[in-house]
Design a protein. Structure first.
Length: 123
């Protein structure tokens, strides 16, 4: 596998990867392989101010890269005082629940596909 570089994502990275402009308020990390964006981890905020996380990729990525990307974004959110990060678990990915649990997430009782991590700051 070629070397992967994880760096802060730009609007150009987002548009190259998703084929559309990014939302007005977002932050993210881009995974670059051979000069091409092959993954984007992003945080957007909904109308109620909740932080929503997503991670998409077009090629297989190392577990290390995916974990490093997620944990880097969690550190940033903690630094800026975000209270909670919400994600949707993709049940088609084997082991996704274990991975989210190891990262500190827990499923929401009323919405089992929705997981959250409390970042230590009260809302």
């Amino acid at each position: 596998m070629s070397s992967e570089v994880c760096r802060p994502a730009t609007s150009e990275d987002f548009e190259q990867f998703y084929g559309r402009p990014p939302p007005p308020v977002w932050m993210g990390k881009a995974v670059i392989r051979n000069g091409k964006v092959v993954g984007v981890g992003s945080i957007t905020w909904d109308e109620e101010g909740r932080a929503l996380g997503a991670f998409d990729h077009t090629e297989p990525l190392s577990r290390y890269t995916m974990h490093r990307t997620l944990m880097g974004m969690i550190r940033i959110l903690k630094t800026v005082g975000e209270p909670v990060l919400y994600v949707a678990r993709d049940e088609s990915i084997p082991g996704s629940g274990r991975w989210l649990t190891r990262a500190g997430f827990s499923p929401m009782p009323d919405y089992p596909q929705a997981w959250q991590i409390k970042l230590g700051v009260e809302a």
